[in-house]
Design a protein. Structure first.
Lengths: 240, 240
């Protein structure tokens, strides 16, 4: 791993699960993962012990793995137990959701049977806008609202599909089904599209292959108990 | 116009604004337009005098016009003042919405400024499902739910774009802005995609070019008065 020494400077942004700091290098930021957990549009709040560290380390491992498949990401190196050095991206305010199995909002919105395996993955776009409750959009909206152009969307979809294929196998080899997950992309210094944000049990649904047990934030959302244990278990398997 | 003589037989389907009857020819149906008007997911109900006849005649004129541009439609011929003979289609339960100017749900959902002209038209898909309140979907959902395959969606999008271009000019020559409209497609006997349903002030937003006055169902939705007059005026201009 590259040794990048930077110092934490001014706080740039604080979200529900992460804080981003500037460094003395204007192209590099520090992304710190919090133990705070929220769900249902922020209406449910809590803390999950060590979540910040687990998510930081899981994300770092997955970003590194994806880079080896030529998916450009913002990850540079680990900074501390619960923080990583990342490249500064101009973030596109769109959440890209990939689904392999129908559950969650897909079931609620369209009445599909929970747990239905999809013949082809579904890609969805959501506008990141808390005040508007992150409404679903499509590619035409992304272009019309000026968030990305047609070529960028094409590339984002291609990356999302590749990430899905790569991570499905990665998790399956570790006895987990990658049910669905959320990605966020941004533009690097030269305008190149890169994967940003995180990939963790906060942003992925992961089910144990044998038992079907949920190993992700749904344990928190649905009060299933053993929340911290699930994050720890995913961390263990990701590093096995 | 072709002279097609058929007799009205058993009622096949009754919706909020139309009734469809079988005829003695199993490939042909009669589509009758009602004066009933509904809005807001059926919560607002009313009647608009002569709407059935206006919508029938406007739709017939527009279908004929689109056929001359090689857009296949279900229209065969007029049957009576408020009914037309149509080809039987296997309908795809998806509403295709084309938008040229931001208004209505686009403004409500995404906070775009009302009346913003869009640089490129936006296409949206909605699942026709009253119980689920016609939720927005995308192309992947249409395929995943088995409503159409990728080639059919490509064709539907191509038709929708062509229809938009043709009708924008048609209405503009008659001093109306085609703000947005809804289309429904189905499969004919040989599986060929054809345009079905209707094209009328019930399914289009039309604004007078000079005054910006609304000449469509928004007059009913928003209690703007002169509802019947708007339908009559669109009818007059469409036949001028």
């Amino acid at each position: 791993m590259k040794e990048i020494k930077v110092k934490k400077k001014k706080k740039l942004y604080e979200g529900k699960a992460k804080i981003v700091y500037e460094t003395e290098n204007e192209e590099l930021l520090i992304q710190e993962f919090k133990d705070d957990a929220t769900a249902f549009d922020g209406k449910k709040k809590g803390k999950i012990k060590e979540k910040g560290a687990f998510n930081n380390q899981i994300s770092g491992r997955l970003f590194t793995f994806l880079e080896s498949y030529h998916v450009p990401t913002h990850f540079v190196s680990q900074f501390s137990a619960n923080a990583m050095v990342i490249k500064r991206l101009e973030m596109i305010p769109v959440e890209v959701v990939m689904r392999n199995v129908a559950t969650g909002s897909l079931v609620k919105r369209y009445g599909v049977k929970d747990g239905t395996e999809l013949d082809h993955p579904i890609i969805e776009f959501y506008l990141k806008d808390d005040a508007k409750h992150d409404p679903m959009i499509n590619e035409d909206h992304v272009i019309a609202f000026g968030h990305a152009d047609a070529d960028e969307i094409k590339l984002i979809k291609r990356y999302a599909q590749k990430i899905n294929a790569v991570l499905q196998s990665f998790f399956f080899r570790r006895d987990m089904v990658l049910v669905d997950f959320k990605l966020e992309f941004g533009r690097g210094k030269s305008g190149k599209i890169k994967l940003g944000d995180e990939i963790s049990p906060d942003t992925c649904r992961l089910w144990d292959v044998q038992s079907g047990e949920k190993l992700d934030k749904d344990r928190f959302r649905q009060d299933l108990g053993k929340v911290e244990e699930a994050y720890r278990e995913v961390h263990r398997r990701v590093f096995s």
